[in-house]
Design a protein around this ligand. Structure first.
Ligand code: AMP
Ligand code: GLY
Length: 420
C-alpha cells in the first residue's frame, strides 16, 4: 500500500522507520519530512494543516493510508476531511481531538466518566481566578485551556507564581489558548505515560514510557518538548496498568462514544502515580515525542499492522508482540534550546553510525543541503537504542551520541536516571 505520514519530527521519523520495514508498505511519503525521513521515504512539501491540499495530494498519489502525527492537524479536523474524502487514516476526529485541544473538555469528560484526576475549576476572567488561588493556596497548577504547544501549564509552588501566571494568561501570553484558564489541584507522585490504540470502545495498550521534560540534568531548568525517554516505565507495573485501563482509559472511551464522538487513534494517557494508584494528568491525542521513538524501536515493523487494526476496528482480534526489552532515546538539541538557538549548523558523523533494528538516529529538525545534514530546529536528533536492559541500551545510546560531530548541539547525559 501507499502510505503518507504527516509531520516532520522525531515521532514521525520513527513511525516511518517502523512502517517502512513492513512488507505491506510499498511507497512511503512523508510531508513535509526531514533529512532522516528523506533517506527512507519520499518527502512532499505540502501544508499539513490544509485539508484540501492533503486530500488532493492523496488522490494524485494513490495514497491508501494516512498517518497523522502531530496534534495541530488533528485539532483542525484533518482526519474528518480525509475520511469524508474516502481516504483511510489514523487519528481522531476534530471533536475527539478536543481531549487534547481543550483542558476544560477533558475535565468534563473525566467527571462524566468518574476518572480519577486532579480537582479543577475553570475561569474566564483574572479576578475570579485570582480569588480562587488565594482561597486554595499553593502549590497549585494553572493551565491555559487551549493548545499552547506544551507551554501553557504553570506548576506554581507559591501563590505569587500562580497569580503571575494568571496575569500572563489573561494578558494574552498564549493567545486564544489562554482566553480561559483551568486551575487544578497539585498532584504529587511520579509521572509516566501509557499509550493505547483505540477505536470506539475497543482498545489495546501498546506500551508505557517516561520522558524527561526539563532541559537540565537532574530534571532541572525550563520545560522542553522532551529531552529523552525510555520504555517500559518501571513505575507502571502490570497491576497499575490494568487499573489504568479499567478506571481511566475504558471509562473515557465509553464516555466519548456515549456523547457521539467516539475516539479513534492513539490515546496518550499522562499519569501521576502515587502509592500504587494512578490519576490522570492529561490526555494527548497523538503519540508522544520522544516517547513514540522508544515505542517504535520496541515494536518494529508490526507498528503498521497495529495502526491498521486500529483504523479498521480489528483491535479486538489483534495481538501486539512485546519483547522483554528496553528502549531509550536521547534527544540532541541545538545549544540555547528551549530559548533562542542558531539554525543551520552542520552535523557530521551520522553516516558512520550503525543502523539496525536495535539502534537508529531519528531526525527531528534537520534538512539536507548539498549532501550535508544541517540543524534547523530546537530538538534535532533522537539517538534511539534497544537492549535486554535499560543500562545496556543507555550505554549504547551514549556511545552513538559521542560519535556524532555536532559542536552546536547538546544533550542531557542522565536520561533514564530514575529507572536506573
Ligand atoms: P500538561 O500539559 O497538562 O501535561 O502539563 C504539563 C506538565 O505539568 C505535566 O507533565 C506535569 O508534570 C505537570 N502537571 C500538570 N498538571 C498537574 C497537576 N494537577 N499536578 C501536578 N503536576 C501537574
Ligand atoms: N513528550 C511529551 C509530549 O509529546 O507531549
Amino acid at each position: 500500500m501507499n502510505i503518507l505520514i504527516l509531520g516532520s519530527g522525531g515521532r514521525e521519523h520513527s513511525l516511518a522507520w517502523a512502517i517502512k520495514q513492513n512488507p505491506k508498505c510499498d511507497r512511503l511519503i512523508c510531508a513535509p519530512g526531514n533529512a532522516g525521513m528523506d533517506e527512507i521515504a519520499d518527502c512532499a512539501d505540502i501544508d499539513i494543516l490544509n485539508g484540501g491540499a492533503v486530500v488532493e495530494f492523496c488522490a494524485e498519489n494513490a495514497i491508501d493510508y494516512v498517518v497523522i502525527g502531530p496534534e495541530a492537524p488533528l485539532a483542525a479536523g484533518m482526519a474528518d476531511r480525509l475520511r469524508a474524502a474516502g481516504v483511510k487514516c489514523f487519528g481522531p476526529s476534530r471533536e475527539a481531538a478536543r481531549l487534547e485541544a481543550s483542558k476544560t473538555f477533558t475535565k468534563q469528560v473525566c467527571d462524566a466518566a468518574n476518572v480519577p484526576t486532579a480537582g479543577w475549576a475553570r475561569f474566564g476572567d483574572a479576578a475570579s481566578a485570582a480569588a480562587h488561588i488565594r482561597e486554595q493556596g499553593a502549590p497549585i497548577v494553572v493551565k491555559a485551556d487551549g493548545l499552547a504547544a506544551g507551554k501553557g501549564v504553570v506548576v506554581a509552588m507559591t501563590e505569587a507564581e500562580a497569580l503571575a501566571a494568571i496575569d500572563d494568561m489573561f494578558a494574552g501570553a498564549y493567545g486564544e489558548a489562554g482566553a480561559e484558564v483551568v486551575i487544578e489541584e497539585f498532584m504529587q507522585g511520579e509521572e509516566a505515560s501509557l499509550f493505547v490504540l483505540a477505536n470506539g470502545e475497543h482498545c489495546m495498550a501498546i506500551g508505557s514510557a517516561q520522558d524527561h521534560k526539563r532541559v537540565g540534568e537532574g530534571d532541572t531548568g525550563p520545560n522542553t518538548g522532551g529531552m529523552g525517554a525510555y520504555s517500559p516505565a518501571p513505575v507502571l507495573t502490570p497491576e497499575i496498568e490494568a487499573r489504568v485501563m479499567a478506571e481511566i482509559v475504558r471509562p473515557t472511551l465509553a464516555a466519548m462514544a456515549r456523547r457521539g464522538t467516539p475516539y479513534q487513534g492513539v490515546l496518550y494517557a499522562g499519569l501521576m502515580i502515587l502509592d500504587g494508584r494512578a490519576r490522570l494528568v492529561e490526555y494527548n491525542v497523538r503519540f508522544g515525542d520522544p516517547e513514540c521513538q522508544v515505542l517504535c524501536m520496541r515494536l518494529g515493523a508490526q507498528v503498521l499492522d497495529l495502526l491498521l487494526a486500529c483504523s479498521d476496528d480489528r483491535l479486538h482480534e489483534t495481538r501486539a508482540a512485546f519483547a522483554d526489552d528496553h528502549a531509550i532515546t536521547v534527544v540532541m538539541a541545538a545549544r540555547g534550546y528551549p530559548g533562542t538557538y542558531r539554525k543551520g549548523s552542520a552535523i557530521r558523523g551520522l553516516d558512520d553510525l550503525p543502523s539496525s533494528s536495535h539502534q537508529e538516529v531519528f531526525h527531528a529538525g534537520t534538512t539536507l543541503s548539498d549532501g550535508q545534514v544541517l540543524a534547523t530546529g530546537g530538538r534535532v536528533l533522537n539517538v534511539t537504542t534497544r537492549a535486554a536492559s535499560l543500562r545496556e541500551a543507555r550505554d549504547l545510546a551514549y556511545g552513538m551520541v559521542d560519535a556524532i560531530d555536532w559542536p552546536d548541539g547538546f544533550c542531557r547525559r542522565d536520561i533514564g536516571w530514575r529507572a536506573l
